[in-house]
Write a protein that binds this ligand. Structure first.
Ligand SMILES: [Zn+2]
Length: 69
């Protein structure tokens, strides 16, 4: 499970995994476009294209294992 932004919003598994700035550039959130493109089908069309051009241009939070109790 990836988490986004200062509020640690959980990943929406239907959407692109890219981490994007909000309008103010002070926080991050998950890209709200549908995934289905790029490596492992984890990206939207736009971010898949960006990765194709430069893999370092797209920021993705590390996939964290949730601790089970
Ligand atoms: Zn995207």
């Amino acid at each position: 499970m990836r988490r986004y932004g200062h509020q640690d919003f959980p990943e929406n598994t239907n959407d692109c995994v890219a981490n994007v700035h909000n309008d103010y550039g002070v926080d991050f959130h998950q890209c709200c476009r549908r995934r289905g493109h790029g490596p492992d089908g984890l990206y939207c069309k736009q971010h898949a294209k960006m990765i194709e051009r430069n893999p370092n241009s797209v920021c993705v939070p590390r996939d964290r294992q949730e601790k089970r109790t």
